[in-house]
Design a protein around this ligand. Structure first.
Ligand code: ATP
Ligand code: MG
Length: 421
């Protein structure tokens, strides 16, 4: 147990971590392009924030939260997602007084007591954006495009945007009644969880993954027929903007969020190559959430994408992000006596901006060269011997094994030139 990480968590080691850094850099650059600024949120919040902001009847709150009592007797929860925290921060820091909408993004770990399997972990990373303070349909389209363009930049194609509108509390009431009537007629076919949902959160029956429930929901009444004029117009504009941007989408009337504060647009971006866990990204509009969290009525829209799933997709698609970088130079000591000189040179090189490594295990020269090769160094500088007396070093090009004597004074300029040519 002491030598294994907790179930559903994982380490990211050097070699792999560079890919994450590369992805994160791309995300930050991409968000700048779209005008979103980074927000860094706490990893835990008051449990109540998620109960209110994610919803008591969601899987997350019902069975996936890591909740604990701290030494001061407060109930805290490791964040299972970051929309509620972003809304809390928006209110806490009066971001509604700043130019609207507040366009924010976050990257970081989330915690859910999920059943671990490929693409599903207990600690996983999400990148998400939230635009709070605008009801404009172009913002819905913007966040969808932000996600799509990022995937495209990474080289992932064949993604599907699934799109639906779940209206507003006004038009949802009528739809809800019709849906409950339809589902009640086929109660015997529904799974136990859905029987419970029928009362508390009937829309969620629509996205149940059980085969029996799917057979029932396949022919369920669709929301599109119930949208009020405003919601219909909003949806048409979102679709129109996506079309203008050349983004393809599929309408999926079973895509829902069963909570009243989720409104209008819902979407999911899926990639078929992922097997069971096809959802790379999910989001939508939440015009009632800020109010639910104690603020004034304020519209908002956003998404969250799973980064581990994104890496799985990149892997499957054969797309490699840049991995571990090799040192520019390896400094080898001819003998043990040259160890401190090697250290001094190493320090110079690093201060000159040249990444450098040395031997730390008293290896022979031969073993040092082998080690330099293993590290992938472009050059090895050998210090010591007669060269030291002449104030020179041997510079070995590791690609072809050629070696030459270089004046110590010239070393940095020679290396800088060769490394950057
Ligand atoms: P799922 O139906 O797969 O459980 P979800 O509806 O719980 O997804 P969201 O809350 O919408 O997912 O989270 C957005 C994204 O975060 C998902 O599309 C997925 O890429 C990722 N994600 C969610 N849960 C996990 C998890 N346990 N491990 C890894 N990634 C996850
Ligand atoms: Mg889930």
């Amino acid at each position: 147990m002491l030598t294994t990480a907790p179930r559903g968590t994982h380490d990211i080691l050097p070699g792999e971590v560079e890919k994450w850094q590369h992805l994160e850099t791309m995300i930050r650059f991409h968000c700048r392009l779209f005008g979103y600024g980074e927000i860094r949120l706490p990893l835990f919040e008051h449990t109540e924030l998620f109960q209110r902001g994610v919803g008591e009847t969601t899987d997350i709150v019902e069975k996936e939260m890591y909740t604990f009592t701290d030494r001061g007797g407060r109930s805290l929860t490791l964040r299972p997602e970051a929309t509620a925290s972003t809304v809390r921060a928006y209110l806490e820091h009066n971001l509604n007084g700043a130019p609207q909408p507040a366009k924010l993004y976050y990257i970081g770990p989330m915690f859910r007591y999920d059943r671990p399997q490929a693409g599903r972990y207990r600690q996983f990373s999400q990148f998400g954006v939230e635009a709070i303070g605008s009801a404009d349909p172009t913002v819905d389209a913007e966040v969808i495009l932000l996600a799509l363009d990022l995937y495209a930049k990474l080289g992932l194609s064949d993604l599907t945007v699934q799109l639906n509108s779940i209206g507003c509390p006004k038009c949802r009431r009528q739809y809800r009644d019709t849906l409950v009537k339809y589902l009640s007629q086929q109660q015997n076919e529904l799974c136990d969880s859905c029987l419970g949902r029928l009362e508390r959160n009937p829309l969620r029956v629509l996205d149940c993954k059980e085969d029996a429930c799917r057979r029932v929901t396949k022919n369920a009444p669709e929301f599109s027929g119930f949208l009020c004029a405003e919601c219909r117009e909003h949806f048409e504009l979102v679709k129109g903007c996506l079309e203008r941007a050349g983004a393809r989408y599929e309408l999926n009337s079973n895509l829902v969020r069963g909570l009243d504060y989720y409104t209008k647009t819902v979407f999911e971006i899926t990639w078929s190559g992922l097997g069971a866990q096809t959802a790379l990204c999910g989001g939508g509009r939440y015009d009632g959430l800020v109010e639910e969290c104690g603020g004034p009525p304020t519209p908002g829209v956003g998404f969250a994408m799973g980064l581990e799933r994104l890496f799985l997709a990149l892997d499957q698609a054969g797309i490699e992000l840049p991995g571990k970088e090799a040192p520019d130079v390896f400094v080898a000591a001819l003998t043990r006596e040259d160890n401190a000189t090697a250290f001094e040179l190493l320090t110079w090189l690093r201060r000159a901006g040249i990444s450098a490594e040395k031997d730390y295990l008293s290896r022979s020269l031969r073993a040092q060269l082998k080690h330099a090769n293993r590290l992938g160094a472009s050059f090895t500088v050998i210090v010591g011997g007669e060269e030291a007396v002449r104030n020179t070093v041997s510079l070995r090009n590791m690609a072809d094994g050629s070696q030459e004597e270089i004046r110590l004074d010239d070393l940095i300029s020679v290396l800088t030139e060769r490394l950057h040519c």
